[in-house]
Design a protein around this ligand. Structure first.
Ligand SMILES: NC(=O)c1ccc[n+]([C@@H]2O[C@H](COP(=O)([O-])OP(=O)(O)OC[C@H]3O[C@@H](n4cnc5c(N)ncnc54)[C@H](OP(=O)(O)O)[C@@H]3O)[C@@H](O)[C@H]2O)c1
Length: 326
């Protein structure tokens, strides 16, 4: 087939199931990034497994249940091979699509898990994340409810998304946390100072989301080409006023890519593995793609080494990005 080597596998957290060192972000297959093609998305899922991408990332909020429903038949057909990761935390529903309020109450968590299990058509969620922390509920109470799901056999491993180092430690003291999913890329590096060291110390696997800067780092997702329904039109880094400054930075990535005969997406992914290696962190980034060709490209980047000159050129870019990450 592709000539690409199957990805190496690592344990998820301390003693969790084996996962490929790259996962697949499935969000865009149902919402936020413009038109989707179900046939091509399904082909992407199938190829992912073949290449050793075993962790499939979704959330109940993506498409308000649609993304989980879309993945259901693929996950059911590949139980034992595919690791399904989903998330709870947003109160958004098809009846109230603009309700982005957070809910971390134990009763909400129990209901959300049952809803996700039903939509996915499976008995147990492999990795269940709190999507966002709500300070309205003591963290230990929410983690306690998540731990109950593990005890009941509805969930295998627990994860958190976008929490701080202290929250991660506090949660881990209640129940082992297998994975921390946070934004991490050449352009977004806030987690490196405190959060990555905390995760390393606790044996938590890092799952960098938006490793391609929501497409910006590839040089192919241009603000002026976003369709009307594309959520990125509203994101500061894609705004007209920040466009020029950010495209100058993307050009530097493109220059490195051209010098190595690879793509900018591959440089962005290879940078993450190199940076995680420097920090001693176990990572499984989850680039999102709906294209089997791009999936191949992204997987191939797992064996691409960037030299010190390239790493040094990429080092300052995060401080120069215009617009906050959303
Ligand atoms: N925990 C959280 O709060 C959170 C937040 C955001 C995302 N996530 C998760 O993280 C996953 C990844 O993040 P993301 O999708 O926001 O951003 P991303 O992975 O940084 O970028 C995705 C974008 O890049 C494009 N792309 C992918 N591979 C490419 C390649 N080789 N060349 C050119 N373009 C390429 C995709 O388009 P095509 O699809 O058309 O290929 C898509 O537009 C999501 O799917 C979701 O599961 C989690």
């Amino acid at each position: 087939m592709t000539g690409i080597n199957r990805l190496p596998q690592i344990p998820l957290g301390c003693g969790g199931p084996a996962i490929g060192i790259q996962g697949l972000g499935c969000m865009g297959m149902s919402e936020f990034y413009g038109d989707t093609d179900e046939t091509e998305s399904l082909a992407t899922l199938e190829l992912a497994l073949e290449l050793g991408v075993t962790m499939f990332d979704t959330a109940d909020v993506y498409g308000m249940g649609e993304n989980e429903r879309f993945l259901a038949s693929f996950i059911q057909a590949n139980r034992g091979r595919a690791v399904i990761a989903t998330k709870f935390g947003y109160a958004r529903t098809p009846e109230r699509p603009d309700n982005w309020s957070l809910d971390n109450r134990p009763e909400f968590i129990r209901q959300a898990a049952d809803n996700s299990l039903q939509r996915l058509g499976i008995e147990v969620i492999d990795l269940y994340y709190m999507h966002r922390r709500s300070t309205d509920v003591p963290l230990a109470e929410s983690i306690g409810a998540m731990a109950d799901l593990v005890a009941e056999g509805k969930v295998r491993a627990l994860g958190l998304s976008a929490v701080g180092a202290q929250e991660l430690r506090e949660a881990h003291a209640v129940h082992p946390i297998a994975a921390l999913q946070s934004e991490w890329s050449i352009f977004t590096r806030d987690i490196e100072a405190e959060i990555v060291p905390a995760a390393v110390n606790l044996g938590v696997t890092l799952v960098p989301y938006s490793p391609l800067g929501r497409g910006m780092l590839t040089g192919q997702t241009l603000a002026e080409n976003l369709s009307a329904g594309d959520a990125r039109s509203y994101f500061p880094r894609f705004s007209a006023e920040n466009r020029e400054a950010n495209m100058r930075l993307v050009a530097k990535i493109e220059g490195i890519a051209a010098g190595q005969g690879v793509t900018s997406a591959q440089v962005a992914i290879a940078w993450l593995y190199a940076k995680a290696g420097e920090l001693g962190a176990a990572v499984s980034p989850i680039p999102g793609t709906r294209s089997h060709r791009r999936l191949q490209e992204n997987v191939a980047a797992a064996s691409l080494a960037l030299d010190q000159t390239a790493m040094a050129e990429l080092e300052p870019l995060a401080c120069e990005v215009a617009g906050i990450a959303i």
